[in-house]
Design a protein around this ligand. Structure first.
Ligand code: OGA
Ligand code: NI
Length: 347
C-alpha cells in the first residue's frame, strides 16, 4: 500500500473508492479496536432544553446540566438560541472545504506563520503516530478579538463570514452554559470572563471519510478534552462519537440541530473534581463521511487554572485536590503525559 503522507485521507479515499482494505498503518491493536459497533446499552447522555418558560425554570435547567456534568461529563442541548440556518451553513462550508483538492486545502491553511491555523491527517503528528486515525482535521484559533481571521481559509468563498458568525454565536452559548454551571456550583457567575479564561477558543473540524472496516479502526482515540468546555456540532445522520461511562462505551446519537456539550479537564480542575472531563472517542462509518465541528473554550497561556476559591469557601469540599498551574504548563503536561496527565495535576 502506498504511503499517504503527502495526501489528505479524504482525497486518498476518493481516489481508491471502495476497492480498498484498511491500510495496515490504520489497524488498531486488539485492545483499542472498537469491534462491534453501536450495540445499544440503553444508556444515553441527557438532553437539556435550554429555553425557559413558566413550567421550565432557570433553576431546573441549571440542575439538569449540573447533574449531567457530574454524572456523565456530557449532555446535549436543544433550544439553545443558535440559528438552524447558521448550523446548516457552517456544516456545509466544512463539507465543501474537505471535498476540495488536497493542494488547495493545504494552501488555504498555510497562511499563518506560527502554524496555529493548520490542516493535518490522522493525529497532529501523522508521521509519529504509532497507529493512524481515520480522519483529516482542520483547526484554527477563533478568539473574540478576531485577530486570526486573516489566517483562516478563504475558500469556500463565504468561509470567513459564516465561520466568523458561527464562532460568535457558539461563544455566547458557551458563556451562557458556563455561567449556569457556575451558578449551580456556587462559583461567581463571571468567573470565566476574567483571568483570560475564555479568551483563546479554537475551532477543530474533523472529517471522517467512509472506512472499509470500521471495526478495525478509530477516527479519534480515547481522550479527555484539554479545554474548559467543548461545544460540538455533529452531522445530523451519521453516528460516531462514543462516551465511556462505567467502563462501557455508548454512542451519542445525533439529534438534528442539537449541540453536544462536554466538560473538559480544565473545568474538572476548576470544579475541584465535581464535574467530570469524561473519556470519549470516535468510531468510523462504512458508508458515510462524517463531519464534526468542535468549539473548544480555552484560556490564554498565562491564565491560572486551579480549583475556584468560591467553591472552597461556600462548598462542602474544603481541600483542593488539584494543583494550581498556568494553562501553558497544563498544555505541556497534557501533551507529554497523554492519558497519564491526571497524576501531574493532583496535589
Ligand atoms: C474532539 C472530539 C468528537 C467528534 O475533537 O475532541 O472529541 O465527534 N471530537 O469529532
Ligand atoms: Ni474530544
Amino acid at each position: 500500500m502506498e504511503a499517504m503522507d503527502d495526501m489528505l485521507l479524504a482525497n486518498w479515499v476518493n481516489l481508491h473508492h471502495s476497492s480498498i482494505n484498511v491500510p495496515s498503518s490504520y489497524l488498531q491493536p486488539p485492545e483499542t479496536r472498537p469491534g462491534t459497533l453501536f450495540i445499544s446499552s440503553g444508556k444515553t447522555i441527557p438532553v437539556v432544553d435550554l429555553e425557559e418558560h413558566h413550567h421550565h425554570h432557570h433553576a431546573d435547567i441549571i440542575n439538569q446540566i449540573l447533574k449531567a456534568s457530574e454524572e456523565y461529563g456530557f449532555f446535549q442541548v436543544i433550544n439553545h438560541g443558535v440559528s438552524r440556518d447558521l448550523m446548516d451553513d457552517v456544516l456545509n462550508i466544512f463539507k465543501e472545504f474537505h471535498s476540495m483538492p488536497s493542494k488547495e486545502k493545504l494552501n488555504e491553511c498555510s497562511k499563518d506563520p506560527n502554524r496555529s491555523c493548520k490542516l493535518y491527517t490522522s493525529g497532529e503528528n501523522h508521521r509519529r503516530d504509532a497507529v493512524h486515525y481515520w480522519k483529516d482535521t482542520l483547526t484554527h484559533p477563533c478568539p473574540p478579538s478576531r485577530e486570526y481571521i486573516k489566517y483562516w481559509p478563504n475558500k469556500p468563498s463565504n468561509y470567513r463570514k459564516v465561520v466568523g458568525k458561527y464562532t460568535e454565536e457558539v461563544r455566547k452559548l458557551g458563556l451562557k452554559i458556563l455561567e449556569m454551571l457556575c451558578e449551580g456550583l456556587g462559583i461567581r457567575k463571571e468567573y470565566f470572563l476574567s483571568g483570560g479564561l475564555s479568551e483563546n477558543p479554537s475551532l477543530v473540524v474533523h472529517h471522517y471519510p467512509p472506512c472499509p472496516d470500521p471495526t478495525l479502526t478509530l477516527g479519534l482515540a480515547k481522550h479527555r478534552d484539554p479545554s474548559i468546555i467543548t461545544i460540538l456540532l455533529q452531522d445530523k445522520n451519521v453516528r460516531g462519537l462514543q462516551v465511556l461511562k462505567d467502563h462501557e462505551w455508548f454512542g451519542v446519537d445525533p439529534i438534528p440541530y442539537a449541540f453536544v456539550v462536554n466538560i473538559g479537564l480544565l473545568f474538572q480542575i476548576i470544579s475541584n473534581g465535581r464535574l467530570i472531563g469524561a473519556e470519549h472517542r470516535v468510531v468510523t462509518n462504512l458508508r458515510n463521511a462524517r463531519t464534526s465541528v468542535a468549539y473548544f473554550m480555552n484560556p490564554s497561556k498565562e491564565s491560572i487554572i486551579e480549583p475556584a476559591n468560591d467553591l472552597l469557601v461556600n462548598g462542602t469540599t474544603q481541600q483542593t485536590i488539584y494543583k494550581s498551574m498556568s494553562y501553558e504548563e497544563f498544555r505541556t503536561n497534557f501533551f507529554h503525559k497523554g492519558p497519564k496527565v491526571e497524576s501531574e495535576l493532583h496535589n
